[in-house]
Design a binder for this molecule. Sequence first.
Ligand code: KG4
Ligand code: ZN
Length: 374
Amino acid sequence: MNLLALETSCDETAVSLLKINEGKKSFKILSSVVSSQIKIHSPWGGVVPMLAAREHLKNILPVIKKALKEAQLSFSQIDLLAVTQGPGLIPALLLGTNAMKTLAYFSDLPILGVHHIEGHICANFVNSENSGKLDNYAYPILSLIVSGGHTQLILEKSPRKYQIIGKTLDDASGEAFDKVSKILELGYPGGPIVSQKASEAPIIIENEKNPKTKLAMQKLFFPRPMLKSDNLNFSFSGLKTSVLYFYQKIIEQKISQETKEAWKIVICDQFQKAVIDVLNQKTLSAIKKTKPKTFFLSGGVSANKALRETLKESLTSNFPQISFSFPQTNLCGDNAVMIGVAGLKQYLQLKEKGQLKSLKQNWKNLVPDANLKL
Ligand code: KG4
Ligand code: ZN
């Protein structure tokens, strides 16, 4: 069986084709095409919904065509469609779902509406051979989702029974990276830029010639929001404000451009350390509380090298019995492979329950939802 998946919830138009083995609950990635709109949105310092929609409109059909070509398939060989139903930007979701509903109508194919966050979680089922098996991990699975729109701890006690046990009360972690990058005038999207700058901090501090400045750089420390609270929620907006106030004080000083740039790097490093510390500690608390057998990291921020290293170290030393997975770096951000895998998981569950009949002409029932619940 061949599955075609489309993702258009934000600023990537992505299509993937998966070859499915239903009996083995396994899949192979035949193609994955991601058309990014970063260049279009970066002058605005964030994603502009109507611009995103306009780009999706231009890109959806060419990206589908390209993905089919790379998979060496024609549309007539497709058996199942999957599309992101939400959450996300409604103009972007409307274009994606309507394009796929139209294809479902004319081809009489079944179509699955996929939750974007379930997609991010499912990116972890992909192995290094670009294939995967849905029963490779034991339940309960605890997931930490860190993206531009979400920061959540989700417990999946049995397949597709998701429970949000912690969430951000304000900014998402990726959003905090983006806002800090904007404050420091470093560009968009902030995550990759801030993490690159952060990695340069040790050498910058080492090379600082002014002893007073060097000491101040060594002493910089930002608060760890919600770390001492007895719940699993997050808050990153205060941390971002601390960065803003500190940076304002720095630029008020009469310092050279070179020292200003050095401070930006030190701020990136300390900001990133604060975010990672909170994500790591909350994950450990969630594991203690829920005792999962598997841990998954997912979402755009999961590409962050320092976060992966910290979590790997703390999971192996504190919970050696738990198996854990981080997505391949090319599947951390938005893509359609994850939507296809989550679609497959949903399809197999319907099959097990004997409910495949509900997929007949089900394009009629698929409505995009910007705030879709998991
Ligand atoms: O999952 P994603 O691609 O889109 C959403 O569903 O939101 O996540 C995008 C977010 C952006 O905020 C971006 O700055 C962040 O992921 N990001 C990173 C890194 N790469 C992307 N944040 C920290 N470190 C990174 N290396
Ligand atoms: Zn996403």
